[in-house]
Design a protein around this ligand. Structure first.
Ligand SMILES: *Cc1c(COP(=O)(O)O)cnc(C)c1O
Length: 425
């Protein structure tokens, strides 16, 4: 929606909301080409049943892959929208979309009408969104160098600003692009990590709001995820924005709430919410949580069975001879390992799903290989698909695999290799 926005289109709070409402009624229809030829439109229809981000990847081949479950993603978006009282969502897709591939997830999420726009923290990610055909609003939430700022402005990506030299820098960028630089102001109301400290922000905000080279469309903060501290941060933010507005400064849309605050701090929902984790099916479960959010698993980690071998009693397998067959048994080899993102700790703790049955992971999970004990009966075949992580059984959900391997959901999914081909199903 932010294409060619002129200064007269600058979003006051009311205009922003009206604009988002219009946006909800008329999602962008741009079609986008994804690397290997298939297309996904921003309305979310996929023209091919499968596509791969990496040219050369093929489902007929033996490389492991990630399946992105589009319907579950859309479900989570609707659930977050419900939790946020129908407010627009600024979807965070940083860290390569939490490990699942930003060039696939970005357009998919952007195709949901509840989504106002996307937010990331790296210039490369913002650029990737435009290259993947996303025409909706994109915010890069990190401060950037002048050259990077120029690149973002040219691509009509909003940049977050909070450093003292921002006014002068934006002036120079605007003189090169010939139009105001679209920005969101990042304030610090007690986090002391990023953001312009509220206690010295007023003259800086005044300068930015009044200079023709900057187009202030929003203002935001981050929370420490401790409710008492969150409350004080929000109070400081609302005091600051109230003061600014009473001086006639237009701060645009106010946003603050990542996943934790979407769930636990409704006062912080403001004009729009800014979650990542919830959309990917992850949330923090506090004791006082009254109603579980209905969030679904949004991906599968899959591999083919590429070898089946019958071990004799006493045969060992793989490095360190950590597995010894105590009876004749079939072992299945999956060419997927910890460099792909499947945790090494899955040995003797996790199962994989093949033909609807669970089989234990045995021996060492090496960098690119995993062995599975099938048993005395040969109940699987070479070429079968094994699901290592996914929604299809409670034993293999990301939460379950993270717990069994002593890790966390967030770490598990963000470690999925960026090289894994992606298939949207
Ligand atoms: C990561 C991030 C978010 C989203 O956080 P989740 O916990 O994944 O919802 C929101 N805002 C900022 C500034 C972030 O860096």
């Amino acid at each position: 929606m932010a294409q060619n926005r002129s200064r007269s289109f600058r979003a006051s709070r009311r205009r922003f909301l009206a604009a988002s409402a219009a946006l909800l009624g008329a999602p962008a229809r741009a079609s986008l080409a994804v690397a290997a030829g298939a297309t996904v439109s921003e309305t979310g229809t996929s023209s091919a049943e499968a596509f791969h981000l990496r040219p050369g990847g093929s489902l007929a081949g033996y490389d492991p892959w990630i399946e992105i479950l589009a319907a579950n993603f859309r479900h989570n978006v609707r659930e977050v929208s419900r939790l946020a009282g129908g407010r627009p969502i600024l979807a965070v897709i940083k860290n390569n979309a939490y490990g699942l591939g930003d060039q696939v997830i970005g357009p998919l999420v952007a195709s949901c009408e509840e989504i106002y726009g996307l937010a990331c923290v790296r210039v490369a990610e913002a650029v990737a969104m435009r290259e993947a055909g996303v025409t909706k609003f994109v915010l890069n939430m990190a401060e950037v160098s002048e050259e990077e700022g120029l690149e973002l402005a040219r691509r009509n990506v909003h940049q977050a600003v909070w450093l003292d030299d921002a006014p002068a820098r934006l002036e120079r960028i605007a003189s090169r692009t010939g139009r105001p630089v679209p920005i969101h102001l990042y304030l610090d109301c007690g986090m002391n990590r990023e953001g312009m400290p509220d206690y010295r922000a007023l003259p800086w905000v005044e300068t930015l709001c009044n200079q023709k080279s900057a187009q202030v469309d929003g203002t935001f903060i981050m929370f420490p995820h401790v409710l008492d501290a969150d409350r004080s941060v929000l109070e400081r933010f609302l005091r600051f924005t109230g003061d600014s507005r009473s001086r006639g400064l237009d701060l645009g849309a106010l946003h603050a709430a990542p996943s934790y605050e979407v769930l636990y701090f409704p006062d912080a929902h403001l004009d729009m919410v800014r979650p990542g984790n919830l959309l990917f099916g992850n949330f923090t479960r506090e004791d006082w949580l009254e109603e579980e959010p209905d969030l679904r698993t949004v991906f599968r980690l899959c591999s083919k069975v590429v070898r089946l071998e019958r071990l004799r009693t006493g045969d060992s397998a793989s490095f360190g001879r950590r597995y010894v067959a105590t009876r004749p048994t079939w072992l299945a080899l999956l060419p997927v390992g910890h460099t792909d993102g499947y945790p090494a700790e899955a040995t003797n703790t996790c199962h994989v799903l093949i033909r609807g049955s669970l089989y234990p992971v045995v021996a060492v999970v090496s960098s690119t290989h995993t062995l599975v004990e099938i048993g005395e009966e040969k109940t699987v075949e070479v070429g079968d698909t094994a699901t290592l992580i996914g929604p299809d059984d409670p034993a293999i959900t990301p939460h379950a695999v993270a717990e069994k391997t002593g890790g966390r959901f967030y770490t598990l999914i963000t470690k999925m290799s960026a090289l894994l081909p992606k298939r949207v199903v």
